[in-house]
Design a protein around this ligand. Structure first.
Ligand SMILES: [Zn+2]
Length: 385
């Protein structure tokens, strides 16, 4: 069935099923909500259901010729578009679209994945839909009659990434009444879509995914199971894409160990060892430090849950429950909310390119004070350092 790749989002699917049964298909849909929640998976599902020759109860049959082509991402009447960098190669774009057809939750955008050969990273290059793309890849193909399906469907991923000229060209396209054309737009940033486009679309909101649904999806993909899947699912903040990225990186267990060691050394006031550790961390780059701080925040929030509410069942690092409970027991005077604030402040500063080494040493001192129940001045790092 067309929805089989969709994780969670039952309400959205029910709504779309009713639409398909009624046959009152809108000219344009806008799927919006946080990244990694399944907007693309549902868009592909809707596109397949629209084209299916044997649709039953608002669902694609999954077996007809049309469904098989849609599943492989080769249906001639389903066009999928991604915003690109200016010097994109056709083979690169094709590889990304293939990866998307296989797993709509994989991270394939040019912004967060400059190269398809390796996961992670980010680019400073501009990623957007050019006005030429809107004319060539959208207007032209959408003006023909369908080749073999009932509709011409365009899935426009990250539709917010259009500058004025491209957005205006796209708006013209939306304004043209096309009996058998359907546009499905997706965006993580609905506030960046121009109001005149917004008002022409039927809007469908996507909520963050449930932890259980993410954990199950990780297990199905054989990326993680059991407790590891539960930990990753809790860290992913409702985004399956984020969970997949975390699971595909082997860094997480190592980084968690580093965070716990950093907390221990800070508590003991071993400034020599803290300095040595920070020196090592600083050589691994800013992205690594950001990731480490994110993990640290998760761990400290867990300490807060255990300390304030006595709840080990709700914590993110569920597999470390015993270690964290012991940590809390040994720190009866700790000011854990000060610790959270210090890590958040450090992340903020690191984002703004302060000196990683000095900031982490300063963090260690604030954490030491907070763990000993002392109020301290906070992270006093000047932005100019
Ligand atoms: Zn079918």
């Amino acid at each position: 069935m067309a929805w089989e790749k969709v994780v969670g989002q039952k309400r959205v699917i029910q709504t779309l099923n009713r639409t398909l049964i009624s046959g009152r298909i809108a000219h344009a849909y806008l799927f919006y909500g946080p990244e990694g929640t399944g907007k693309r998976a549902v868009a592909f599902g809707l596109a397949a259901a629209l084209q299916c020759a044997a649709q039953v109860d608002g669902m694609a049959c999954g077996t007809c010729n049309s469904c098989r082509k849609a599943e492989k991402g080769i249906h001639p009447d389903i066009h999928v578009l991604l915003p690109t960098i200016t010097d994109v190669s056709t083979s690169d774009l094709t590889a990304r679209l293939q990866a998307l057809a296989e797993d709509p939750y994989s991270t394939v955008d040019f912004q967060r994945r400059p190269s398809m050969d390796e996961a992670g990273g980010s680019t400073n290059k501009q990623v957007f839909y050019s006005v030429e793309t809107v004319h060539e890849s959208l207007r032209r193909v959408m003006s023909f009659h369908p080749v073999e399906g009932k509709y011409r469907v365009a899935v426009v991923i990250d539709a917010d990434k259009m500058r004025t000229e491209a957005a205006n060209a796209f708006l013209k396209l939306l304004e043209e009444p096309g009996g058998n054309t359907v546009f499905i737009l997706t965006t993580d940033r609905v506030d960046h879509v121009i109001p005149t486009i917004l008002s022409r679309c039927q809007k469908v909101r996507f909520e963050p995914l449930e932890i259980e649904d993410i954990a199950e999806a990780l297990a199905q993909r054989e990326l993680a199971d059991g407790t590891t899947a539960a930990v990753l699912a809790r860290m992913a903040d409702g985004s399956l894409s984020r969970a997949i990225e975390l699971a595909s990186s082997d860094e997480l267990p190592l980084v968690r160990e580093e965070v716990l060691e950093f907390l221990r050394l800070s508590f003991q006031g071993r400034s020599d060892l803290v300095t040595a550790m920070v020196d090592k961390l600083a050589t691994r780059g800013r992205e690594h430090t950001k990731f480490l701080l994110m993990v640290a925040l998760g761990i400290i929030r867990d300490l807060m849950l255990i300390s304030d509410a006595g709840r080990t069942d709700l914590i993110v690092n569920i597999d470390q429950a015993a270690t964290l409970a012991k940590f809390v027991k040994n720190l009866p005077d700790a000011r854990i909310s000060d610790m959270v604030e210090a890590v958040e402040r450090t992340s903020y500063l690191i984002e703004r390119n302060v000196n990683t080494r000095l900031t982490l040493i300063s963090l260690s001192i604030v954490l030491r004070d907070a763990m000993h129940g002392k109020r301290s001045g906070g992270i006093m790092m000047d932005l100019a350092v």
